[in-house]
Ligand binder design. Sequence first.
Ligand code: ATP
Ligand code: MG
Length: 359
Amino acid sequence: MALATIQPELHQRILDNLSLAVMLFKPDLTLIYANPAAEMLLGVSVNRLVGLPFEEMVKAEASLKQQLVEAVETNHPFSRHELAVRLMNENDITVDITVNILQSGDAEKQVLLEMEPIDRILRIAREDAIVAQQATAQDLIRGLAHEIKNPLGGLRGAAQLLERELESEDQKEYTKVIIDEADRLQKLVNRLLGPSGMPRNSEINVHEAIEYVRGIVLNDKPDIQFVRDYDPSIPNIMGDQDLLVQAILNIANNAIEAMQGKGKLIIRTRIVRNFTIGPKRRRLALRIDVIDEGPGIPEEIKDKIFFPMITGRAEGTGLGLSIAQRLVTQHSGLIECKSEPGKTIFSIYLPVDNADGDN
Ligand SMILES: Nc1ncnc2c1ncn2[C@@H]1O[C@H](COP(=O)(O)OP(=O)(O)OP(=O)(O)O)[C@@H](O)[C@H]1O
Ligand SMILES: [Mg+2]
């Protein structure tokens, strides 16, 4: 096929898959075109956007509108960095904006505006660093757990042998303490080491996994109101169902503990497009939100909750989230968290398509 014949389709594909929001305006700054990334950003479909004036979609300081008007008059491109804007879906974000004036022959000028949210870039950079730090902390702890495991087995075995030799029940009380405490440590060490063996991948229906978690967490919890907000169009993904159930379970347990067993627990599933997870751009990802109305994450540990042994609860071991994080990372996903008193959201992102390049 000649290049000329595939080009229009190619251009369309590029625009459709760009993570950069691209908008095209008439000289009076009413919209002619928006690509899917722009639709996503504004939270409104292109059909409803066409014909709207710029300032209705993106509210920013007056100088931006002024610059746009001047750019149309003078044909001069410009860019603005770290501009605070409010989008029509009420989202307040920081963006980089680049504006070019397109003109060919006698046709009317067009204003090409590219908009890139920089919060997202910052977030991704932060996550990469955090994930790397956590991996180091986890390796350290797992190494330690390994070192403890064998001598612990030896101790327990020796205490059992000793118990058999002892005749007085009073003395057996002591060996019993050794054995019980060794068992308690063994459980802790096993949690620190995490699930053993390779993940067993198969096709998973996330809603089935969530329903399974629901069955476990609602057991004996009559005062928890469980609300399902599922997107039924979410396709199955490849993964290890047991591991994924464990990750969601750890997060849901925290939510219920935060609400002290009383309140509304919402689990919401959604499809997200053009999402970056680690180094990879995913065309399609799914998001599982676990939302509770508890008091929120204590301020002192907010930045550290995914680290092992960090807990805000007297009886907590501080392992739940670090394990959840590891399991989700094994599935090429990530966990994010937003928390304020009365509303805490933990979001698990998982890729749906595995075929997107290594960009
Ligand atoms: N939904 C939530 N609301 C408020 N605080 C939370 C929430 N989820 C986690 N936290 C805080 O983060 C801490 C760490 O959670 P994590 O699950 O890692 O450990 P834990 O629950 O303390 O112990 P474990 O899960 O090992 O029994 C919790 O102790 C709690 O203070
Ligand atoms: Mg926990």
